[in-house]
Design a protein around this ligand. Sequence first.
Ligand code: GLN
Length: 484
Amino acid sequence: MHLLTLAEMSRGLEKGQFSSLELTQHFLERIARLDTQLNSFITVTPERALAQAQAADALRSQGQATPLTGIPLAQKDIFCTQGVRTSCGSRMLDNFIAPYDAHVVQRCDAAGMVMLGKTNMDEFAMGSSNETSYYGAVHNPWDGSRVPGGSSGGSAAAVAARLAPAATGTDTGGSIRQPAALCGLTGLKPTYGRVSRWGMIAFASSLDQAGPMTRSAEDAALLMNILAGHDRRDSTSIDRDVPDYTATLQNSLTGLRIGLPREFMNNQLDAGIAGLIEQALAELRSQGAVIIDIDLPHVAHSVPAYYVIAPAEASSNLSRFDGVRFGHRCDAPVDLEDLYKRSRGEGFGTEVKRRIMIGTYALSAGYYDAYYLKAQQIRRLIQQDFIQAFSQCDVILGPTSPSLAFPLADRQDDPVAMYLSDIYTIAVNLAGLPGMSLPCGFLQGLPVGMQLIGPYWSEERLLNVAHRYQLACPWHQQMPASFA
Ligand code: GLN
């Protein structure tokens, strides 16, 4: 049963080949048996899952099921869940039980989906390897000595190992796309404002966006149908019609103009990865697409700009975790200052502290103009580069990650090397555009991802291109042998 895609599961449930309860029990059993090797879940919620599965079976028998009713999924532990711990990968929130469900969780529940549990992640979504989690590193199912990517590393590992049929992730600078690439999944970061951030613990509010992490573009489209939509509780959520993302998957690619950024395809890119991207381009060309060289002259500055803007927003967002309003409280504080200092000192890990310090510095009087304002100006130039590029092409194609899944601990002591894991993904968040990663081959037995970037609100087009590619080149159907 775990080999089925969401679309196949949906048909199986519809035909009565199995019930949601059987499906859910099957995945819970796999998690119990196999997750000791991966550490992909922080919290497993069997009671909630079994109750939701029974409710879904009842809905189906009453003829009230929608396509995803009764299908299990895992939620990244950044989404608030009523009655279930929401840790955000941090000691700070180790004992936090949210009083409400995030919008994303509400949407999945309303569709009759079954939550299996909450997945591991980098602390407050800060990282590219899932090693900053208070709950320990996650192992890549393709090679247990390597990282799954981050920050949505638990979601990626769980889906790649078939411990969950699909999962949610969030992407501030690459955290859906990079782990999707490193684990052989299809991951979509929607246009900023497409999916509500309500109840999603904020890292950098102007960059954060939630999206699906699935095995195929078709599955991502099914999940997008329920995740996307306006929510008045998020002031940056856009009131705009939600299409049926599955309706356009089959569209022809004839005449599609694919932009290839010279800045991505240079000699800094691993030759093996570049070769696989060339092969993917050849396939898309054979389906009628035309390839156009484009320039994104300012993307080289995206990582430095991001590491001013994201920490600045994080330092503000994380100020609420003070041991009074939210979060871990130290034992026996002598006075208020001691309470703040020790609670935050004990609750946050090293990377989070580093970001809070950088952000606070960048925002302080006298430095604001030199750092924060300058970074915002660069951000605007990057956005204009993309707008200019999309006057020449319909989608942009390039790598997702500059390297394969790297060994655990490899970049842990080198923040800059870690930050450079996102050189191809960060510009997309700075510009607020949709981007996705999908598998385009294997090197040394490890999956490689390619990235598609589109204009605002072009999720349908990205999913369409990815689906047509996956019909011809089913790399996404490969799975890690030890989890078969
Ligand atoms: N790796 C990047 C960071 O550490 C992006 C993380 C994310 O997208 N949440 O900030």
